[in-house]
Design a protein around this ligand. Sequence first.
Ligand code: AMP
Ligand code: MG
Length: 487
Amino acid sequence: MKQLDDLTFDNRYARLGDAFSTSVLPEPLLNPRLVIASEAAMKLLDLDPNEAQSPVFAELFSGHKLWAEAEPRAMVYSGHQFGAYNPRLGDGRGLLLGEVYNDAGEHWDLHLKGAGQTPYSRMGDGRAVLRSSIREFLASEALQALGIPTSRALCVIGSDTPVWRERQERGAMLLRLAQSHVRFGHFEYFYYTRQPEQQKILADHVLAMHFPECLEQPEPYLAMYREIVERNAELIALWQAYGFCHGVMNTDNMSVLGITFDFGPYAFLDDFDANFVCNHSDDQGRYSFSNQVPIAHWNLAALAQALTPFISVEALREVLALFLPLYEAQYLNLMRRRLGLTTAEENDKQRVEQLLQLMQNSGVDYTRFFRHLGDEPAAAAVKRLRDDFVDLAGFDAWANDYLARIDREGPQDDEARTTRMHAVNPLYILRNYMAQKAIDAAEKGDYEEVRKLHRVLTRPFEAQEGMEAYAERPPEWGKRLEISCSS
Ligand code: AMP
Ligand code: MG
């Protein structure tokens, strides 16, 4: 176990030079205090969990103190926002403090979000508010616990620094960990500014750092693109299977590692709704729940465009064409597991679609349905769940087909089925209203609820004593919360 002073830095991105990032010092927050830290994330750096309690911890992650080896940099990138190209984005309020290696040789970027203005701040104040920092912290740790690839969150530090959004709020900083902070937009920036030499340096850096096995391939850049397509297909399959709506799938928010990245007004579905739009400034519903699949494809095409200086258009097209079939196969497998099925049948895709349509028509809670489907033998479970549906004839037809389908899998061991299904169907999910309650308390200086919610969500598949309320249906007000995209 390491102390804060013992971290090993090797700032490879900083060494790429000023074409890739700009040296900027964090602007400290007033009266910093620890809101929450993740022990699991601290472990990634081999940090002793007690270090979170040391005053130096809050100072390091609020811009008051820096390691001698840290080299804070704001990265430059661009990207497509809501379909339109924005030539210059970059880290407007976050800094890559440095890169740390743990004892296992794993690499982690320390990124401090809310660290003040940079050359890329445009009109922004460079800050992040407590509300959005808590939301990002909870979501990244909740996704991780569900087994969904994501950036991680080490801690949130609150403060008295006033920050203006729709109202006056307080500034906070979030320490984000990711193995890379390179976004699709990094490649787009060098492509659209016509800097092929720099773009090649970036591509070689990403290859060496994150896709070394692609260097063995006859066409390393193409192999890397294929890997990015595959990882994103897997990621989106997981989002769709677990009802995660990202909200702002701009290409500058897409990671080349295929991890969930840059959380804004995200939401997990309460009632199933394919057309759900979690970002209330997304008037066109571009990033609606079901659009996440074609949008991921669109974003991968934007990345392909940026790679045309190195790879032939035909080869890129061929690899991009893998996305949908890969996505569909993985999504279907995940949904089979969620339904407790252990074999594959031709009609499973329709079975899933029919169920989702019925759930949509009746506004059935997405997480609870699958969890309770595994509570009892299938026949008893569907009988109980039937009450949630308005179209009883429709549900009965679906349920009869489902029961017959299960029969064809052979004799069922009820206990094994429950264990298997509960291991993939969470009892607890991060609902917007839960985050909101925790934020309301935190804004008054009480961090207990944030910490409790975090604890519940780190073991989402296990029933936890005293936490029954977190597995309940959301209150009606909780389903209609509008999540501001200002953060
Ligand atoms: P986001 O919506 O957080 O993905 O941010 C999109 C772009 O706006 C990125 O370049 C951010 O760095 C920048 N940005 C967002 N909020 C702020 C802010 N408060 N101050 C400066 N830049 C910001
Ligand atoms: Mg962003």
